[in-house]
Design a binder for this molecule. Structure first.
Ligand code: BV8
Length: 230
């Protein structure tokens, strides 16, 4: 049984990580689409660093919720037959026990040097323009895929979907592409699809089945169902 799970901000909501919708897509009066862009960064690096420094620091105050833990349990049984693709930039899947997670939109705990191109695990701030541990130049940016930038791991994601028996989308509004299009790729290949979300997403009509409610309640139940059928 090969499963691809796509997660979005809704899977971390019960951990206290604000979703983009909850914040109405705003941060301190700025639209996320304006802050989370290369242009926004070049225009005002201090503002964008403050946005990400605050979210990176907030990771210390949150913990994985039952949805993350259930997916960790599922991976422990399925191993590489489970591929978790996340749009989230937090580390809650990993802290929930999942080991091979594809962060298609990058990670808060990673910094990317625009001078030498290397990436480094980063837990502190970037607004103070620290020197790159590799080349010494102070050109570190958040290792986040911004609007207009190519998401990471697209080849591995497409390969995983192509081989899947089931595609499950958890806690995403289906507002952002290419992630929102993965269910269409699955359908085109005749792969069964399930949406688990607080409310119908923008792409809910593409799914064979939809379960609406909190991820912290529905995901453990779904994982128990899958494990019970193995
Ligand atoms: C690209 C990192 C191409 C930043 C993010 C017009 C039409 C179609 C597409 C486009 C267009 N114009 C531009 C585009 C492309 C654009 C796009 O899709 N824009 C949208 C706004 C229309 N996409 C891109 O730019 C992507 N790149 O296309 O590159 C390319 C090609 C060649 C060469 C170069 C480039 C890059 C997109 C990535 C942007 N970065 N994240 C950061 O995190 O700070 S996106 C960011 O917003 C998130 O990562 C996430 O993907 C998105 C928000 O989505 P969700 O995760 O779904 O969160 P949301 O709040 O929206 O929804 C939460 C859901 O959870 C809700 O449904 C809610 O009901 C539910 N929920 C809440 N609580 C719970 C719950 N569910 C269960 N339980 C709960 N407790």
């Amino acid at each position: 049984m090969r499963i691809v799970v796509l997660t979005g901000a809704g899977v971390s909501a019960e951990s206290g990580v604000p979703t983009f919708r909850d914040a109405d897509g705003l941060w301190e009066g700025h639209r996320v689409e304006d802050v989370a862009t290369p242009e926004g960064y070049d225009a005002d690096p201090g503002l964008v660093h403050a946005f990400y420094d605050a979210r990176r620091a907030a990771l210390a105050d949150v913990a994985p919720n039952p949805a993350h833990l259930a997916l960790g349990r599922l991976e422990a049984v399925l191993g590489h037959d489970l591929t978790i693709v996340t749009q989230n930039v937090d580390d809650l899947h990993e802290r929930g026990g999942a080991h091979h997670v594809l962060h298609m939109h990058g990670e808060l705990l990673s910094a990317w040097c625009r001078a030498c191109g290397h990436r480094f695990r980063w837990e502190g701030t970037l607004a103070d323009r620290p020197a790159c541990p590799g080349c010494g130049v102070s050109e570190l940016r958040p290792d986040i895929v911004w609007f207009g930038e190519m998401p990471y791991e697209m080849d591995r994601i497409s390969a995983a979907i192509a081989e899947a028996d089931l595609f499950v989308s958890i806690g995403t509004s289906g507002a952002v592409y290419p992630a929102a299009g993965f269910v269409i790729e699955a359908r085109a290949r005749g792969i069964r699809s399930l949406e688990i979300n607080l409310e119908p997403s923008e792409g809910t009509h593409w799914f064979d089945e939809a379960r609406h409610g909190k991820a912290g309640d529905l995901v453990p139940r779904w994982v128990d169902e899958v494990l019970g059928r193995l």
